[in-house]
Design a protein around this ligand. Structure first.
Ligand code: XMP
Length: 326
């Protein structure tokens, strides 16, 4: 019987065997896979691991704190946060095309991580402790999907750092290669990670950048972040987190509609709620959320987020719609 604690013990032993007394780095995305992979490696080699968290400014409310405070408290991991908000917003200025946004965010992410890795490598090198390993949260389904080949060539999404340049050669450490998502979550709990990280719903690497329809600006991000936080709070309060796959909130930043509030006419932006039910994100159905929950979300968003005067519900399945709007 392969219990969760024996998975942890075996994996930790295998990581120790692979890394020995050398050093490793890991990019944290805020998601469950990189968090559990990092926590396992931390347990195996302690401070020989350094984690890097890139704040690209496209995160949801509270996500940076979740990594910097909660994840560090739970694991004792050594963490470097790179504040790259201005850099990402600069690179995204004037861009409205969804694929172009993805490319820019992916490219900047690699560059920022690469620089962080170089800086750490320089520091470590001066102390005679070169970093040899890169930790990745590759799961079993990813391994199978990519034909069982190993490593960097198979990475699909940008926040799994795949395209590192040749002069930054790392050997990969992939402690989750034999595990499915539900096992990863159990391992995470076994390692004492917070529920908010272990049961986090999927969130795209390009973050809120692909949930603002139109140009991404600091003001628009602030508006969307506020609306998203309210939707998440109310879904959690209603006990619905485990029933929905995810619920993107999308800001139609280039659309305005007329409304009325108090004595005055408003001319604000709509947001779209996109609650979906799914097994694997390949197909999805729109979730029949209770009307009273929708009502609370709508009332709170229009009352509390000044720029938003209309809340709409997306009732499209996938296909033909995708889960995200971009
Ligand atoms: P779609 O919109 O294609 O989304 O139905 C399917 C799932 O993938 C997530 N998603 C992404 N994740 N980088 C990511 O890491 C991306 O560019 C990206 N686009 C979509 C989406 O949130 C959903 O869970």
């Amino acid at each position: 019987q392969w219990t969760t604690s024996s998975i942890v013990d075996d994996t930790v032993a295998a990581i120790r065997e692979q890394i020995g007394d050398r050093r490793a780095i890991c990019a944290l995305s805020g998601g469950v896979d990189s968090a559990v992979a990092a926590a396992l490696v931390q347990r195996a080699i302690g401070d020989q691991l350094t984690c890097v968290f890139v704040d690209h400014g496209l995160l949801r409310s509270g996500e940076r704190a979740q990594v910097e405070r909660d994840f560090v408290a739970a694991t004792g991991v050594r963490l470097v946060t790179i504040d790259a908000v201005d850099r990402f917003l600069g690179a995204l200025a004037g861009v409205t095309d969804p694929e172009e946004k993805r490319k820019i965010i992916g490219r900047e992410f690699i560059r920022v991580f690469e620089q962080a890795a170089r800086d750490l490598q320089t520091e470590a090198g001066e102390a005679g402790e070169q970093i040899d390993f890169l930790v990745q949260g590759t799961l079993y389904p990813d391994v199978v999907e990519s034909g069982g080949g190993s490593g960097a060539a198979n990475i699909k999404s940008h926040h799994n750092v795949g395209g590192l340049p040749d002069d930054l050669q790392f050997e990969l450490v992939e402690p989750l290669r034999a595990l499915f998502k539900d096992e990863v979550r159990r391992v995470g709990l076994e390692l004492g990670l917070p529920e908010t990280i272990v049961h986090r719903q999927p969130f795209p690497g390009p973050g809120l950048g692909i949930r603002i329809i139109g140009e991404v600006t600091a003001d628009r991000l602030e508006t969307l972040r506020a609306a998203d936080a309210i939707a998440r709070e109310e879904l959690t309060a209603a006990g619905l987190d485990r029933d929905i796959w995810q619920c993107p909130v999308v800001l139609l930043a280039d659309v305005r509609s007329v409304g009325v509030q108090g004595d005055g006419r408003t001319y604000g932006h709509p947001v779209v709620l996109r609650p979906v039910s799914s097994e694997d994100a390949m197909t999805a159905d729109w979730t029949r959320l209770p009307y009273d929950v929708l009502e609370r979300i709508s009332t709170r968003i229009t009352n509390e987020v000044a720029e938003v005067n209309r809340v709409t519900l997306d009732v499209t399945s996938k296909p033909p719609g995708t889960i995200e709007w971009e």
